[in-house]
Design a protein around this ligand. Structure first.
Ligand SMILES: NC(=O)c1ccc[n+]([C@@H]2O[C@H](COP(=O)([O-])OP(=O)(O)OC[C@H]3O[C@@H](n4cnc5c(N)ncnc54)[C@H](OP(=O)(O)O)[C@@H]3O)[C@@H](O)[C@H]2O)c1
Length: 325
């Protein structure tokens, strides 16, 4: 099969599309013929082998990255009963040191119980673009923020609301009944408002600490802040939720031990039920998946470079040309 093959530390420049053996699904796994994949910051971190990239993928050459995908099941491993050949699915490869192959390839193998069926009416590109960002936003707000869908979510601040996680987080926070503030650069504030934020804030102009007090959840999607900086704007039982482990997370967790407020870190998990809910919402038009650029697979390096520039709000996706047979 054809895949984007890099090497740890080689970056995007050190990668190239090459022919490699097609992986076989192991017991409990499905092999998915990829129709679309979406770019995430983790792809760049792993190829550069820095900023925590070493925790997100196994170190070997060729290094095949790519997490989000949508496509159709092409083969099933021993013991798989929940998915069948031909099923249209979406999912993402686990962000883990044990991950060997990625989705920037013609085929990817994953555990069958980590993929969801893709509903009619949701394109492969939008499904792929939703997988990591949507799951992270949902798991952060629900599991760490302790908000509930259809609830009265109080006040939520999403820092980095114009990104892959942030744009979906704004929408889910609204579905959880919250009044939502979202930060971004000035150029992307319209996208943040279009996602449903009640208040868009330019992070270059207004410090998080001066937005207002009394947030129930501060979801630091950009992970540029800390519990220490945000504890003053949290309500008495508020939670600061970050997506990146750091020294300030440890300090924040210690400080929160002496407070009614919480300091949380989320690691996204590929849960079929979450992916199914997200896909259903998107197919029904209740969740907007914003794609800012789409490239054919042959131009995957351009897609990665585009994402690296942070030019637009939304996801960059890569699509395979339709194949017969
Ligand atoms: N822990 C986990 O399980 C998990 C899961 C998914 C992602 N992540 C990590 O979470 C981070 C965000 O992921 P993503 O997919 O949303 O990335 P993304 O699409 O690149 O978006 C990042 C966003 O952060 C904003 N930003 C940049 N600098 C900022 C600042 N100083 N203050 C506020 N916002 C700022 C950017 O806004 P502008 O472009 O408007 O400047 C951009 O919209 C990445 O580091 C990623 O690796 C972790």
């Amino acid at each position: 099969m054809r895949a984007l093959c890099g090497r740890p530390g080689g970056g995007v420049e050190g990668s190239a599309i090459q022919e490699i053996p097609t992986p076989e699904p192991g017991a409990g796994e499905v092999r998915v013929r990829v129709e679309a994949a979406a770019v995430n910051p983790a792809d760049l971190k792993v190829l550069a082998w820095k900023d925590g990239g070493a925790f997100l993928h196994s170190k070997h050459t060729p290094l095949v990255v790519g997490y989000d995908f949508s496509g159709s099941v092409d083969a099933v491993g021993a013991g798989v009963t929940d998915r069948r050949v031909g099923d249209a699915v979406l999912g993402f490869v686990p962000y883990a040191r044990s991950t060997v192959w990625g989705s920037f390839a013609e085929f990817v193998t994953v555990r069958s119980d980590t993929v969801a069926l893709r509903p009619a009416g949701l394109s492969a590109a939008r499904a792929a673009a939703l997988a990591t960002g949507g799951s992270t936003a949902l798991q952060a707000l629900r599991d760490k923020g302790r908000l509930t869908l259809g609830g009265s979510g109080g006040r939520v601040l999403v820092n980095g609301a114009s990104g892959g996680v942030g744009l979906i987080a704004v929408q889910i926070a609204k579905a959880m009944g919250a009044e939502v503030w979202g930060t971004s650069s000035a150029a992307k504030m319209d996208a943040v408002r279009a996602a449903g934020a009640d208040h868009a804030v330019d992070y270059r102009v207004t410090a998080l600490s001066s937005i207002r007090e009394g947030f129930d959840v501060v979801l630091d999607a950009a992970s540029t802040s800390s519990y220490g900086e945000c504890s003053g704007i949290l309500g008495p039982k508020g939670a600061y939720v970050t997506l990146l482990p750091s020294g300030s997370l440890v300090t924040g967790k210690l400080a929160a031990l002496f407070s009614s407020r919480r300091c949380e870190f989320v690691t996204v998990k590929p849960l079929a039920a979450d992916l199914a809910w997200l896909a259903g919402q998107a197919a029904a038009g209740a969740l907007d998946v914003r794609i800012e650029a789409s490239y054919p697979f042959d131009q995957i390096k351009e897609a990665l470079t585009r994402f690296q520039t942070g030019a637009g709000a939304g996801k960059v996706v890569v699509e395979w040309a339709p194949r017969s047979g």
